[in-house]
Design a binder for this molecule. Structure first.
Ligand SMILES: N[C@@H](CCC(=O)N[C@@H](CS)C(=O)NCC(=O)O)C(=O)O
Length: 208
C-alpha cells in the first residue's frame, strides 16, 4: 500500500489518521508505540517502537507520527495532515493561498497551546495550565464566532482537525469550554463527525 501512517493512536498520530479517514484514503496504519511505554524497547520480542532502528530509519527523531507516501516521508503531525489535505483536495483542503495561510497559522497557533493542553490531560498543575489558556480561548472563540463556526472558509477543514486535536487534551478543564460557547459548539461538532468517531474507536481498541 503506498500510504503508511506510523504511530499508535494514543499519541499525536490521531491528527493525520483522522485526516486520512475524513479523506477516505486507503492507508496502512503501522502502530509504532512510544519507547517509554515499554519495559525494554530493545528486547527481541518488543513491538515496533520509537527507539526501533526500523522506525528510526523512517523518522530519525524517534517520534510519532510519521508518514511514508510512496517514498515521500514526513514527520510532524500537523505537516502530515496539511500535506494529505493538499494532495487529495476537496473541501477539507485549503482552496487558495489565503486559506492555506490560515490553515498554517492555526496549526502553529495550536502548537503554542499544546504544552498547556497536555498538562491538563496529564494532570500536571492543570489549574495553572487552564489559567494560561484563558486568553487564547477568548481569541479562538471570537474567531469561530466570526468564521461561522469554523476556522476558515465557513466549512470543516484540516485546520479544524489539527486544532480540535490539540484542544481535546484540554477538555478535562470543562470550565474553560463552558465559558466559550463557540469553542464548545465547534469541538462538539468536530467530535461528532463519523471519521473522528471511527478513529477514536480504533484508539480505544488499542492496548492502554
Ligand atoms: N511535534 C511533533 C511531536 C511528536 C511527539 O512528541 N510524539 C510523541 C508521542 S505524541 C512521541 O513520539 N514520543 C515518543 C518518545 O518520546 O519516545 C508532532 O506534532 O508530530
Amino acid at each position: 500500500m503506498p500510504l503508511k501512517l506510523y504511530g499508535v493512536l494514543r499519541s499525536r498520530a490521531t491528527r493525520p489518521v483522522w485526516t486520512a479517514m475524513e479523506l477516505g484514503l486507503d492507508f496502512e496504519h503501522v502502530p509504532v508505540i512510544q519507547a517509554y511505554r515499554l519495559k525494554d524497547p530493545a528486547a527481541p520480542d518488543a513491538p515496533l517502537n520509537t527507539a526501533s532502528p526500523a522506525f528510526r530509519a523512517v523518522n530519525a527523531n524517534g517520534l510519532i507520527p510519521a508518514m511514508d507516501d510512496d517514498g515521500f516521508v514526513l514527520h510532524e503531525s500537523f505537516a502530515i495532515g496539511l500535506y494529505l489535505a493538499r494532495k487529495h483536495g476537496g473541501p477539507l483542503a485549503p482552496r487558495d493561498a489565503k486559506e492555506e495561510g490560515l490553515a498554517v497559522m492555526w496549526a502553529l497557533w495550536g502548537m503554542g497551546l499544546e504544552a498547556d493542553a497536555l498538562a491538563i490531560v496529564q494532570k500536571r498543575e492543570p489549574e495553572a495550565a487552564a489559567a494560561r489558556l484563558r486568553a487564547p480561548f477568548a481569541v479562538l472563540d471570537a474567531a469561530l464566532a466570526e468564521g461561522g463556526g469554523h476556522l476558515l472558509g465557513g466549512r470543516f477543514t484540516v485546520a479544524d482537525i489539527n486544532l480540535a486535536e490539540v484542544l481535546r487534551y484540554a477538555q478535562p478543564a470543562t470550565a474553560l469550554f463552558e465559558k466559550r460557547p463557540h469553542i464548545q459548539a465547534w469541538i462538539t461538532a468536530c467530535q461528532a463527525r463519523p471519521a473522528f468517531q471511527a478513529m477514536m474507536r480504533k484508539r480505544e481498541a488499542e492496548p492502554a
